[in-house]
Design a protein around this ligand. Structure first.
Ligand SMILES: CSC[C@@H](O)[C@@H](O)C(=O)COP(=O)(O)O
Length: 369
């Protein structure tokens, strides 16, 4: 059985509380947008795709219970207000904002349809949210297989195995399943072409030590945990073939916001001539922004850096800077950007994605909610 960050069936939404992993696997039931927003903000559930999935499914839960209205206009306004609450929970990942735009437009379009009722509006929004789960899993399997094949062609044409370094958690615990960067590692493992994985602990939330290591051990994928500060030495001495990371927001020129520490990994990879890949679904891409300078970087509470399992480890009185993400300039993404639509050089991304039509004729640069 694979690990599930999200358990959903009509009328039931549960999240695996990732603050308690790896010691305890505790599922928490959510029945409202407020509860989902609080769980996302607290990082009980995290990862760009999982945040959007839990947010939208929590709205589906409310609508199935009859929330919103009375009247079509009031119902559409309710949907949009709830979506704005979810988007505000964590600002850097774009997936929730994109999903909010899509769901808001689905509600508005249905409300304008001849013969529409509150029931049909609710059903359309619920179905769109539920379909996101299956689409994310399908996208991740495409990302895994496309990324694995591209990485092997670029780094190991003689047919041997490769060693991959990854950062943060981008697996089943950050998505509907399989994962993005960790999906590439899963696909390499399934192909029999993975020699080894190095996963960084990813201070201060420790997504690598607590979550990625948990996934890799659970599936018996060969892996070694290293501290973030060991990454350069690992690339110098441990035969790293490629670095593959996820993304919270990839913008039009290919600049990418991802977990703090990604930027320095890209610099080290460049120094060592190690191809650096970003793996992300098109739902993590934002063509509205031209460069990474425009991405809002979330700053988290200082206690998340000064404390470890509730015990303070930093000197009292020291000032703290705790950005949750950093931006990797596109010129350091030397391997490519792996999406479900293909693997693109940063300069190819805008053209490739602009041509891709999304739900109801949406393109990636359609206006936000
Ligand atoms: C498929 S998850 C991609 C990114 O969201 C992931 O790499 C990341 O940065 C997660 O950050 P987090 O703060 O844990 O939500």
């Amino acid at each position: 059985m694979t690990l599930e960050a999200i358990r959903y069936s009509p009328g039931s939404l549960q999240i695996l509380d990732q603050l308690q992993l790896p010691e305890h696997c505790h599922y928490e039931a959510l029945s409202s947008v407020q509860q989902a927003s609080e769980a996302i903000r607290a990082m009980k559930v995290r990862g760009a795709p999982a945040i959007a999935l839990v947010g939208c499914l929590s709205l589906a839960m409310e609508l199935r219970a009859g929330a919103g209205g009375p009247g079509l206009a009031a119902l559409v306004a309710f949907v949009r207000d709830q979506l704005r609450l979810l988007v505000a929970a964590r600002p850097t990942a774009v997936n929730m904002a994109r999903a909010a735009r899509d769901l808001g437009q689905v509600a508005a379009q249905e409300a304008e349809r001849e013969g529409a009722t509150e029931e049909t509006v609710r059903e359309r929004v619920i179905r769109f949210a539920e379909d996101m789960l299956e689409k994310d899993l399908k996208d991740n399997r495409s990302i895994g297989d496309l990324g694995a094949r591209h990485l092997l062609e670029q780094t190991n044409p003689r047919g041997g195995k490769v060693t991959v370094l990854t950062h943060c958690n981008t697996g089943a615990l950050a998505t509907a399943g399989y994962g993005t960067a960790l999906g590439v590692i899963r696909s390499l493992h399934e192909m029999g072409r993975l020699e080894h994985t190095f996963c960084t602990e990813t201070r201060p939330y420790n997504q690598g030590a607590r979550l990625t290591a948990f996934e890799l051990v659970y599936e018996q994928i060969p892996a070694t945990l290293i501290t973030d500060s060991m990454a350069a030495a690992a690339m110098a001495h441990q035969g790293v073939s490629a670095v593959v990371v996820g993304a919270d927001r990839v913008v039009a020129n290919g600049d990418t916001a991802n977990k703090i520490g990604t930027y320095q990994l890209a610099i080290v990879a460049k120094h060592h001539g190690v191809p650096f890949y970003v793996a992300a679904p098109s739902s993590s891409c934002d063509l509205h922004l031209e460069t990474g300078k425009e991405i809002v970087i979330e700053e988290r509470p200082s206690q998340e850096l000064t404390d470890l399992n509730g015990v303070r480890i930093a000197a009292q009185g020291i000032r703290v800077w705790n950005p949750a993400f950093d931006v990797t300039p596109h010129e350091l993404i030397t391997g490519g950007i792996i999406t479900e639509l293909g693997v693109f050089a940063p300069e190819e991304l805008r053209g490739a994605l602009s041509a891709s039509v999304f739900s109801e004729g949406q393109t990636l640069d359609s206006p936000w909610v």
